[in-house]
Design a protein around this ligand. Structure first.
Ligand SMILES: [Zn+2]
Length: 88
């Protein structure tokens, strides 16, 4: 499975690894792909900023300490962001 190369070109692949990226759990190669994508994709730049803000709000919460519906909630945030982006 070569999903990782997709990180640079597909926004959806970027979203999937973004929490790992912020957790520092990606390899340096994968982190580089994330940074290259964000550098040339302004919408994802904005999304990354929102994501970082959310992470700061959560503090240093460990993923296993998050509520079970966290991914569902994050999915909702993502959908709202996409909808807002579609309208503007
Ligand atoms: Zn993007």
């Amino acid at each position: 499975m070569s999903v990782r190369e997709d990180i640079r070109t597909r926004c959806r692949s970027l979203y999937e690894v973004l929490s790992d990226y912020l957790d520092g759990e990606l390899t340096s190669e994968e982190s580089r792909l994330v940074e290259e994508h964000v550098a040339m994709c302004p919408p994802c730049q904005g999304y990354l900023e929102q994501f970082k803000t959310l992470y700061r709000m959560l503090g240093h919460v460990r993923r296993e300490d998050l509520p079970p519906d966290f991914d569902h909630v994050m999915g909702g945030v993502l959908e709202a962001w996409r909808a807002a982006r579609g309208r503007s």
